[in-house]
Design a protein around this ligand. Sequence first.
Ligand code: NDP
Length: 284
Amino acid sequence: MGANIIDGKALAETVKQEAAQQVTALKEQGITPCLAVVLVGEDPASQVYVRGKINDCAQCGIESRSIRLPETTTQAELLAQVKLLAEDPAVHGILVQLPLPAGIDEKAVIDAIPPEKDVDGFSPVNVGRMQIGEPCYLPCTPAGCIRMIESTGVSIAGKQAVVVGRSNIVGKPAAMLLLAKDATVTVCHSKTRNLKELCAAADILVAAVGRAGFVTGDMVKPGAVVIDVGINRGADGKLHGDVDFAAAAERAAWITPVPGGVGPMTRAMLMLNTVEAARRAAVR
Ligand code: NDP
């Protein structure tokens, strides 16, 4: 195996220390950043994610509020809960854990989170601001990907970057952030014809497909930086990325593992966004 591993866990600890230092500074000004996390239903994976976010808050000195609502919650009830949090000046960030139970319109819920408390960076206002390069909350997963690429010391500017996947929460914003860093960006999706060739020419390859082992070794350019966003639970019960790690690591210069890659970084970036939300609330 030739590639260097981008250690998402270690990098996430550094980012959380950064957040913790900023929290200390804010507390000296009498401000305690606070994140409200809303979980509807009993989805086991969501419960694990929410627990992780609450623990991260504690580690960074951020106050957290965990709001658990039953599976039977109606959209109106959830919207009423979000409104309460939106109007509460002590709450700086609101995160509604997705996916929501069937029957609740995710878009309506995201739209109900005021942009200044949208620490997930999913609201149309934040997406639009990101697009035109205005200050905003960057979506945590793509922002974490950029931070991981930058941690390698490989410069993004002028590089050929290929993003596989075009979802609103990962693929599209990842492409946009790479573009903002002056990469030449290609976005691939299920209708892309020459996907293998495009990937094999990428200096920076971001895989956000949701299919275990989708990116095979021959799709990795020798010396590339490979960021594996995928989280796929295999029949073996283990987590697998979208990249065939062993084969890709033979060719890449840098690669992220799964688990221990993009996942922990996503959570760490949420802490930074929450601190930023508290800072902005203080100057409004
Ligand atoms: P989506 O299912 O929303 O999007 C998947 C994308 O992959 C789509 O754009 C789809 O194309 C594309 N795609 C699917 N099959 C193919 C194919 N055969 N060839 C080319 N493109 C294909 O997933 P997400 O973006 O939400 O998530 C992607 C992965 O990242 C998942 O494994 C998810 O669990 C993981 N994830 C990890 C996070 C983390 O913190 N590490 C955070 C969020 C997600 P099309 O648009 O044409 O359908």
